[in-house]
Design a protein around this ligand. Structure first.
Ligand code: UP5
Ligand code: MG
Length: 190
């Protein structure tokens, strides 16, 4: 990123925990720019890039796309933005993502917002979403849950051991979750 100084908050949580929904609220109230790693990857598929087919196959299997691909998209989005405050949603998803991002960008997150939600509730939400996402079918959803528990939760634990995790009960209705989120951002970003 050269000499561009940025503030980054990682927004993590299982598939369907409400990361995208709450990021939209945070953008409105606290002036962040929302970068969803999944949205950037889906845009890359649509753009017909040479990595598109590989990305599409990995998303369909609920697998984690190689770090260099995702990090390049995140870096480009941060550079192209006028803003210097970013919510990075759905990344890092494994230890390798985390280490590579720090190594390449020299960015450490201000904190990690973690949406904690039961699989039962997340499954219900994903099956009801109806936005045509190729990974919102029960087979892929189960694979996404497994990857989340095995690869992504350890990243949350890593940041927790550094005192950086702010955990939210994300099983409640959207407005109640946002009340808790607001409490966290009001302390540091208003
Ligand atoms: N909803 C939201 N909050 C609710 C609430 N409190 N009560 C009731 N309903 C609620 O919400 C999901 C649905 O639930 C919506 O219909 C919403 O209205 C409702 P949403 O806000 O979209 O949840 P979110 O956590 O964003 O769910 P998403 O499906 O986007 O999470 P994933 O982490 O699974 O998806 P993502 O797009 O991040 O990644 C998709 C795939 O891309 C990954 O599986 C992986 O293959 C790949 N990927 C990588 O390889 N690397 C990356 O770095 C990122 C992604
Ligand atoms: Mg999302």
């Amino acid at each position: 990123l050269g000499d561009k100084k940025v503030t980054v908050v990682f927004v993590l949580g299982g598939p369907g925990s409400g990361k995208g929904t709450q990021c939209a609220n945070i953008v409105e109230h606290f002036g962040f720019t929302h970068l969803s790693a999944g949205d950037l990857l889906r845009a890359e598929i649509k753009s017909g890039s040479e990595n598109g087919t590989m990305i599409q196959n990995m998303i369909k299997e609920g697998k984690i796309v190689p770090s260099e691909v995702t990090i390049k998209l995140l870096q480009r989005a941060m550079l192209e933005s006028e803003n210097n405050k970013f919510l990075i949603d759905g990344f890092p998803r494994n230890e390798e993502n985390r280490a590579a991002f720090e190594e390449v960008t020299n960015i450490v997150p201000e904190f990690v917002l973690f949406f904690d939600c039961s699989e039962e509730e997340m499954e219900k939400r994903l099956l009801n979403r109806n936005q045509g996402r190729e990974d919102d079918n029960i087979d892929t959803i189960r694979k996404r849950f497994k990857v989340f528990v095995e690869s992504s939760l350890p990243v949350v634990e890593y940041y927790n051991s550094k005192g950086k995790v702010k955990k939210i009960d994300a099983g409640k209705p959207i407005n109640e979750v946002f009340d808790d989120v607001k409490g966290i951002f009001s302390l540091s970003h208003e």
